[in-house]
Design a protein. Structure first.
Length: 189
């Protein structure tokens, strides 16, 4: 493959540093990054293969554990991702059912753990749809009208409008604000 005279700006796929590639196919900034990526890829493939073989070898045991009513503490920690101490605390508080059959033979009820982690549906709050502001003549105040009516400084009126996120409309040098929104705020004070 030939080299181009153009310098192609790229980012190394291994170390994420920018570099100038000499070919269109270049993916790494150096030979060392290329070699490190090859090693990492082979490691990922090997780990994936190991996980698949483990799952194949223990599929029957996993299915058997999932069908039992009572499971051991180590099995519960693996299945539900809870620490042993947390499980013992839950048993002591009576949140889950635990049976002690002897030294290191504590069994917990799997259905209690499943109920503990069952999803709770939270109802969606209906979002209030704000009324579309009405900027017609007669339905709006100007800043000076608001300050005169409610005996407030124009700066205070502006800060109240910004704080409450009241929509405004500027026409020329006048800023119009809907009457109904301003009356709600200033009548409450």
């Amino acid at each position: 493959m030939g080299f181009s005279k153009l310098k192609i700006p790229r980012v190394c796929e291994h170390c994420s540093k920018p570099f100038e590639a000499k070919t269109v196919m270049t993916r790494f900034c150096s030979v060392s990054c290329n070699n490190k990526e090859i090693v990492a890829r082979k490691k990922r493939e090997r780990e994936g293969l190991e996980k698949e073989t483990l799952l194949r070898n223990f599929a029957e045991k996993i299915a058997e554990v999932q069908s039992r009513e009572f499971i051991s503490i180590p099995e519960a920690t693996i299945m539900f991702g809870i620490s042993k101490d947390t499980l013992h605390r839950l048993i002591k508080r009576g949140i889950i059912t635990g049976v002690n059959l002897g030294v290191r033979l504590t069994r917990v009820k799997r259905s209690d753990l499943e109920d503990l982690f069952s999803s709770v549906e939270i109802p969606d709050k209906l979002k209030e749809v704000p009324d579309k502001p009405n900027f017609e003549v007669g339905n709006c105040y100007t800043i000076s009208e608001i300050s005169a009516k409610f005996h407030a400084d124009p700066g205070t009126v502006n800060s109240v409008i910004r704080r409450n996120k009241i929509p405004t409309k500027q026409v020329g040098s006048f800023v119009y604000v809907p009457k109904n929104l301003i009356d709600k705020i200033f009548d409450g004070k």
